[in-house]
Design a protein around this ligand. Sequence first.
Ligand SMILES: *[C@@H]1O[C@H](CO)[C@@H](O)[C@H](O)[C@H]1NC(C)=O
Ligand SMILES: *[C@@H]1O[C@H](CO)[C@@H](O)[C@H](O)[C@H]1NC(C)=O
Ligand SMILES: *[C@@H]1O[C@H](CO)[C@@H](O)[C@H](O)[C@H]1NC(C)=O
Ligand SMILES: *[C@@H]1O[C@H](CO)[C@@H](O)[C@H](O)[C@H]1NC(C)=O
Ligand SMILES: *[C@@H]1O[C@H](CO)[C@@H](O)[C@H](O)[C@H]1NC(C)=O
Ligand SMILES: *[C@@H]1O[C@H](CO)[C@@H](O)[C@H](O)[C@H]1NC(C)=O
Length: 447
Amino acid sequence: MCKTQCLLAAISLTIGLVNAWDIAITTGDQLEFYSNQTKINSEGMRFRDLTALAYDAVHNMLLFVDRQNDNASIFSYHLATKKYQSLVRRRSFENIQGLAFDPVMSLLFWTDTNERSIFWISLKPGSKNELYGNLLIKMDDEMPRAIAVDSCRGYIYWTNTNITKPSIERARFDGTDRKVVVNTDLFMPVSIAVDQRTKRLYWADDKEGIHYSIESSNLDGNDRKTVLSGTYHQPNTLTISKDSVYWVDWGFRSVWKLAKDASADVEPFELLKFSNEVPFGIVANYDISDQIEGSNDCAALQRLSQNKSAINDTFNIPRDIGLFCLHGVKLDGKLECKCSPGYTGERCEVSVCYNFCFQGDCTLSSEGQPMCRCQNGFSGIRCELDACKGYCLNNGVCSRSRQNPTCQCGTDYEGSRCETLKVYTTTNTSVPVTSVKEHCKYVYKCS
Ligand SMILES: *[C@@H]1O[C@H](CO)[C@@H](O)[C@H](O)[C@H]1NC(C)=O
Ligand SMILES: *[C@@H]1O[C@H](CO)[C@@H](O)[C@H](O)[C@H]1NC(C)=O
Ligand SMILES: *[C@@H]1O[C@H](CO)[C@@H](O)[C@H](O)[C@H]1NC(C)=O
Ligand SMILES: *[C@@H]1O[C@H](CO)[C@@H](O)[C@H](O)[C@H]1NC(C)=O
Ligand SMILES: *[C@@H]1O[C@H](CO)[C@@H](O)[C@H](O)[C@H]1NC(C)=O
Ligand SMILES: *[C@@H]1O[C@H](CO)[C@@H](O)[C@H](O)[C@H]1NC(C)=O
């Protein structure tokens, strides 16, 4: 066991190349950097389960969440020095969905969907923070999810995904002046970004059923535009670069890219496709100078892009929590988890349902055993048996649209499995018998 040392070593080995990246992504235990669809670093950083991600272009620092670290929940990673720091102590049942950093005031904000709260810490040298973060806003009915900062005007924006009254809201950095900016035609706004270059908000809405949309408005929520609306994507996080919008999609396990000013008929480009892991967070490498080019109302960021004022993210997170059990309890006095029924793994992080059913949905029996409910046309304990396999003869096409398979036969065959060669009449009407029967009702005298 050499977690911290190995971690530092792994980081310094792998991210030496990182300077020309376009986007960074958290997926599984990896923080990945891409340039032109090519992954620049290919080694893990020995984390476990990386989720929310934010980028601070002033200090060239990434901020991310590891959902399964024993000691801390939020970490920083400095691209220049290749150092990481743990910033916030892990509670135990937090669910941090959104992270955002304001480089002007050196404030880090995050949403906790379980606590229904927004928290913050200051990375200003000499500042005092609670180990678990300082509470900013506690909500009742709302489910805060994504968060973004407007560093030029000093606001946080967040999305509320309570689907009975979803909204996009904003407040000052101290939580005052809270205001709903969008609350119509929303279903589940899962992500949000503030773009200084266009002075607009961008968000992804995971609409009802198979639908989704990427939308934008000005910073007050007015002048709303649909950048794209479509089906089958399940958007999670979204980010903005100088020219494009990128989003992580759980439907296709992909990252999509679309020009900010794309016209309505332009299809998004599938930039990356993941096979095993599911991507979670995404940030674009968006220079401050590009962000504020041509705008005269952001002196604060302008100054910062020239003078990177110091931040101090050296926090002493106590390392005394020990093993963290995701779906289970820690055994008294031991670094060992006792898993709840249906979970296995060192930290009870693996569901027994994981990859169990081939063609069906998995549920747990009362003993915690996986059980499959198979899709039409599949059977077997793991829905591994395909009823269509070898069912239709003579090149018939098999369909699973009903519980039992059905065949669509070629012109010369019939029968439930296309097993019978059609017989043509001796009088040569060049129509099959079955049709002749139909036909002779009107024309022939049928024998
Ligand atoms: C990325 O691809 C574009 C077009 O194929 C090319 O012009 C550009 O130089 C590439 N950038 C890098 C960093 O490879
Ligand atoms: C969503 O909001 C409604 C209306 O305010 C409230 O009754 C409900 O409890 C909320 N749902 C959740 C999951 O918080
Ligand atoms: C950079 O900013 C810091 C803090 O605002 C200030 O103390 C320092 O003088 C500035 N340095 C330069 C070169 O402007
Ligand atoms: C950063 O903060 C830590 C803890 O508050 C403190 O021990 C350390 O001296 C600070 N470092 C700098 C360079 O200010
Ligand atoms: C968490 O703290 C323990 C000590 O309690 C330490 O052994 C372990 O390396 C730490 N884990 C990480 C990932 O830093
Ligand atoms: C059947 O009749 C069609 C014309 O109606 C003819 O082209 C075909 O050769 C005939 N087939 C046989 C087997 O007699």
